[in-house]
Each structure stands twice: as structure tokens, then as C-alpha cells.
Design a protein around this ligand. Structure first.
Ligand SMILES: [Mg+2]
Length: 193
């Protein structure tokens, strides 16, 4: 069995750097999801450009403050022991759209290398369509992502089971999209045949 996993906000938990950015920008209403709180506040202030720039920092140098989601390492180790192959497929541009020209792939590679993770493949795809093509060519049996628009995309391969990783309960439940609030729930869903 081959299991595909998204990187940002599925394996990498940005809560810590996001809370710091919220604090720096005077965003006090940090609800369940500091990313949405920061984005919505900056948009409300007409600072969409600043939000775009901050994402380049977050997925660049600030990624070193991100933590692996609790339970992910144990779950992946268990899958490996059971003979599964684990692939990470990330949708990331090489450089941010605005701001400093960080190498976002290099920051992600470095972060992954520092985690207690043993992944067979790590792919970066610059567009959503390229990511879907990669999931298809890898013939993943399961794919785990925090974005419904990837899992529900018409080009998402029919043979792959979908698991929405939604720790902040940001999305409403849908019968065609099994969702997990934690990596323990991911583990339980992935083993259901
Ligand atoms: Mg993601």
C-alpha cells in the first residue's frame, strides 16, 4: 500500500509561528485557527499584500518554528513497519510570490530532514494540477490533505481514498469526504478498507 501525504498544515503544524505573527500584527482574536484569524484580519485591514508576503516568510525561514503534528511520526512508523510506502507531495512554489526570494523547497526539505520521519519520496509541485497529476502517477491508495479542494478536485484519482485532515474543524462534514481531527483519527481511517 502506498500512502500519500500533504506537507503544510497536514504534517507541519504552523501554530507556533502563526501565533507569534498574530501577536506581532496585533491580532487578538486568535480562535481555533490562527492562520484564518491572521488572514481575515489582514484582509479586513486591506493588507492582502502583507498576508501574501507573510506566507513567504512562514513557509520559508519561519518553517523552522513549525512542529510535526502530534501522532504523525508514530503513525508513519507503524505504516512503514506494516510494509506501506509513504510519499509526501507538497504544493509549493519554489519562491514566494512577493517579498524576499527564499528557496521554499530548500526550507521544506531541511524541515523534513530534521523530523523523526522516514519518507520514501518527497515531491514539490508548483501548481494544484501538477500535484493532482503526481498523486495519480504515484498510484496512491490513500491521500491525506488539509485542503478539500485537492481531495474533491475532478482530477483527484478515483482509485485513491481521501482523508481530510481538519484539526481546527474548519470545514463542515460531508459524507463523501472522511475527515480526521488528529493523526490518531488519520491512522484509524487509513486502516479501514
Ligand atoms: Mg496543506
Amino acid at each position: 500500500m502506498r500512502i500519500g501525504i500533504d506537507l503544510d498544515n497536514t504534517l507541519a503544524d504552523y501554530r507556533r509561528p502563526l501565533e507569534r505573527l498574530c501577536h506581532l500584527h496585533g491580532v487578538v482574536a486568535v480562535q481555533a485557527d490562527p492562520k484564518l484569524a491572521l488572514r481575515d484580519e489582514l484582509r479586513a485591514r486591506g493588507e492582502e499584500h502583507e498576508w501574501t508576503r507573510l506566507q513567504g516568510e512562514l513557509y520559508g525561514p519561519l518553517m523552522r518554528e513549525a512542529e510535526l503534528f502530534a501522532g504523525a511520526a508514530e503513525t508513519i512508523r507503524h505504516w512503514k513497519t506494516a510494509g506501506c510506502e509513504v510519499c509526501v507531495v507538497s504544493h509549493r512554489t519554489k519562491h514566494p510570490f512577493v517579498g524576499e526570494k527564499h528557496d521554499l523547497h530548500a526550507f521544506a526539505r531541511q524541515w523534513i530532514g530534521e523530523q523523526p520521519l522516514d519518507v520514501a519520496y518527497l515531491f514539490f509541485e508548483e501548481t494544484k494540477e501538477a500535484k493532482l497529476a503526481r498523486i495519480t502517477s504515484l498510484r496512491c491508495d490513500v491521500f491525506i490533505d488539509d485542503l478539500p479542494e485537492i481531495l474533491l478536485h475532478p482530477r483527484f484519482p478515483g482509485g485513491a481514498r481521501k482523508i481530510l485532515f481538519d484539526p481546527g474543524l474548519s470545514h463542515s462534514a460531508r459524507p463523501d469526504l472522511p475527515s480526521a481531527r488528529s493523526w490518531a483519527e488519520v491512522a484509524a481511517l487509513a486502516t479501514l478498507s
